[in-house]
Each structure stands twice: as C-alpha cells, then as structure tokens.
Design a protein around this ligand. Structure first.
Ligand SMILES: N[C@@H](CCC(=O)N[C@@H](CS)C(=O)NCC(=O)O)C(=O)O
Length: 206
C-alpha cells in the first residue's frame, strides 16, 4: 500500500508515491512529456473516458461485492498468483471474516454495499452489456480499431471476472454465455500486453 493514501496500485517516482493507476499514468505522461491517446478523435476520447470511469468507479465495486462479500474471497487461494499473496492455511478464514467485513464496511460507505445481491448483479450485467454494445459494434477496442489507455481499465475488470473468479462464478458464466465479444476482447488485450501472464505470475520466485 502507498504511504500517502494507503492505496494500491501505486508507483514511487523520485521518492514520491503516486496512488491510483490513472493518476500514475498522468504523472508519467507529464514527467516524460507523452501525449495521451494521440490517435483518438475528440468523440473517441470522450467515449473512452466515460467507459473508463464506468469500469473504475462502478464495475470495480460490483466486482468487489461479488468476489469479497458475496463469495468471501473464495477465488484468492486458487486463482491468485503465489507471487502476489503468500497463502497459508489461515488465508481462507481471514478472507471469510476480516477481509469480508472490511470490504462490506467500505462498500456500505461507498454505496454499492447497500444494495441486494440481485441489484448489484443487475448493475454488473448493465456494464457488461454496455461494453458489449461498443465492442460488438465493429470496434476491436473501446474507442475504435486501436487500443487506448482506457482499454487497460476495462481489461483489468474483465480479467478479474474471466480469469480470477472461480469457474462457477455467476459473472464468469454469464459473460461467457452472453458476451463472446468481451471474452475475445479480453484475449485480444492479453495477447497484446500480457502474453506472459501465466509464466510471469505463476512461476514462484522461491
Ligand atoms: N481505480 C483505482 C482503484 C484502486 C483501488 O481501489 N485499490 C484498492 C485495492 S484493489 C485499495 O487500495 N483500497 C484501499 C483500501 O481498501 O483500504 C486504480 O485504478 O488505481
């Protein structure tokens, strides 16, 4: 967790912590004088930003509810890289108690946690349908035929659902059955940017 905001992910540049992936990207762009998404038109830029905010500030909380509150973090011991978490026999117990309570309280404060499981799942289905309407409409990526920064945010949420959730999870099953375009999109992004996921994440360092 970062020192300043106690958040993850973060980067440390010249001794300064920058929390939040979006703020980290903006910081690096400013530092290295990189223009954000130079290939996008203003319409595409607006669409990409709106979609990113949906992924980061709505679908993220749906995923958090689904995985840590409704499913008690069941995916963590089996689907997370051993390089990321040191699992021990107490991990599932901690996930069912301490972590679940922490997430439930945080989600209540944020608002998502006040809704029923069915209501939260309906929010999630709406997000998936919105993404599919864009991707299935002749776009390889959310703003057109080329990926943009905001695809990373969408990819992050879809990877969580499609790769990290347990096989019998509601959203994993629902997405696979209803939105092949989103499964293909996730594979396309992985092929471009995270081809070595299994080799990198699952090869233990010790
Ligand atoms: N949209 C943010 C999400 C970051 C976020 O919410 N991270 C969570 C962990 S996945 C966090 O740091 N939570 C702090 C806490 O729960 O105390 C980003 O992309 O950086």
């Amino acid at each position: 967790m970062s020192i300043d905001k106690h958040k993850s992910p973060w980067i440390t540049v010249n001794g300064q912590d920058i929390s939040d992936s979006q703020l980290a990207i903006q910081h690096l762009q400013k530092l290295f004088n990189i223009k954000s998404n130079p290939h996008l038109s203003s319409e595409q830029r607006g669409r990409a930003r709106a979609v990113r905010i949906m992924a980061d500030d709505h679908l993220y909380f749906v995923n958090l509810m689904e995985s840590y509150v409704h499913d008690s973090g069941r995916h963590v011991p089996t689907h997370y890289s051993p390089n990321l978490f040191q699992m021990d026999p107490f991990t599932p117990i901690m996930l069912k108690t301490v972590v679940k309570k922490y997430c439930r309280d945080a989600l209540k404060a944020q608002g998502m946690g006040r809704h029923s499981k069915e209501e939260v799942r309906a929010f999630g289905r709406n997000c998936l349908e919105s993404l599919a309407l864009i991707i299935d409409n002749g776009n390889k990526f959310i703003a057109g035929d080329q990926p943009c920064e905001e695809d990373c945010a969408v990819f992050g949420q879809l990877v969580w659902m499609l790769y990290n959730f347990p096989e019998d999870n509601y959203f994993k099953d629902y997405t696979k059955k209803n939105f092949k375009c989103l499964v293909d999109y996730t594979e396309r992004m992985k092929e471009l940017y995270w081809k070595d996921r299994e080799a990198k994440c699952y090869k233990t360092t010790n």
